[in-house]
Design a protein around this ligand. Structure first.
Ligand code: THU
Length: 138
């Protein structure tokens, strides 16, 4: 699985986003240590506070299927009506923290993509420095 393929999965997952309130559609594709790809989209709710981000949908799906070790995530997001994604969709703070629970922040790669060929890449540590995680509790 290369980066382009993971981005393609995120763009595909974005098509299933349920975002009637914000109109902001997000897809995420998570890559685990066994070379599985687990996708997620944002799922909104008329009770706005219950909206769930694409990244957390993917992580919760994966963990509920017994996968706990992840290597990378590709994220693609943007407003529904735009022809092209006009910006990179960075993961929100809550999703960064949820990723932190299951990743090595120095090794985990976060890819934010506008297209297969237009993306930026970070370690989780760059996006969530000096983080609190499972190791803080032992
Ligand atoms: N959203 C995500 O799916 N991921 C993020 O990291 C940021 C925001 C979604 C939540 C909501 O459905 C919409 O984008 C607008 O905030």
């Amino acid at each position: 699985m290369n980066k382009q393929e993971l981005i393609r999965e995120a763009l595909k997952a974005r098509k299933t986003a349920y975002a009637p309130y914000s109109g902001y559609l997000v897809g995420a594709a998570l890559y685990d240590d066994c070379e599985n790809v687990i996708c997620g989209c944002n799922v909104e709710n008329a009770s706005y506070g219950l909206c769930n981000c694409a990244e957390r949908t993917a992580i919760f799906k994966a963990v509920s299927e017994g996968r706990h070790v992840f290597k990378a995530i590709a994220i693609a997001g943007g407003l529904r009506d735009r022809e092209e994604l006009n910006d990179y969709a960075y993961p929100c703070g809550a999703c960064r923290q949820v990723l932190r629970e299951f990743c090595n922040p120095k090794e985990f790669t976060v890819i934010v993509a506008r297209s297969e060929d237009d993306y930026r890449e970070y370690t989780l540590e760059e996006l969530l420095p000096e983080s609190f995680g499972p190791d803080s509790l032992v």
